[in-house]
Design a protein around this ligand. Structure first.
Ligand code: IDP
Length: 160
């Protein structure tokens, strides 16, 4: 079943979240999933991947001119990444709030980066920064058949 792009709105909005290699090595995967589950978001895709260099260069295409680009690609290639797709109302914006700022030093306690890391080059998690980027990143990291459309019986208890 191919989810039409136009249907990714409202409670069906989706975002791409990745626990970066430092997050995996530091055993933060369960804690991060727990936060998204407890918030009420709906998991539609998840896999452990060793991302290739071409995939990462495509993913971070917008940062290719930055001085930290090659270090960023090396860091992301170094260990497994947990790639996920989460669905829910305003999930792109809400996930960015849950992550905190790009630099953990600017991230408030209570956010993932505020609670679990210290440096911008080791900030444990990625989250799409717009609905458009989410669509691009999800199609880059996942095949359509890896995204599962399933009914969640708690929906009436999460949405009015
Ligand atoms: P975001 O991940 O919060 O969307 P971006 O500006 O898109 O932030 O940067 C992507 C990733 O690049 C960051 O999450 C971080 O891992 C890395 N990065 C950003 N700025 C720096 C830097 O100044 N030094 C090292 N790595 C950086």
């Amino acid at each position: 079943f191919l989810w039409p792009i136009g249907a990714w709105t409202g409670v069906y909005e989706r975002t791409f979240i990745a626990v970066k290699p430092d997050g995996v090595h530091r055993r933060l995967v369960g804690e991060i999933i727990r936060r998204f589950e407890k918030k009420g978001f709906h998991l539609v895709g998840m896999k452990l991947v060793q991302p290739s260099e071409p995939l990462l260069k495509e993913h971070y295409w917008g940062l290719r001119q930055k001085p930290f680009f090659s270090g960023l690609i090396e860091y992301m290639r170094s260990g497994p990444v947990v790639a996920m797709v989460w669905q829910g109302l305003d999930v792109v914006k809400m996930a960015r709030r849950m992550l905190g700022e790009t630099d953990p030093a600017d991230s408030l306690p209570g956010t993932i980066r505020g609670d679990f890391c210290m440096e911008v080059g080791r900030n444990v998690i990625h989250g799409s920064d717009s609905v458009k980027m989410a669509q691009r990143e999800i199609s880059l990291w996942f095949n359509p058949d890896e995204l599962i459309c399933w009914e969640n019986s708690s929906q009436p208890w999460r949405y009015q």
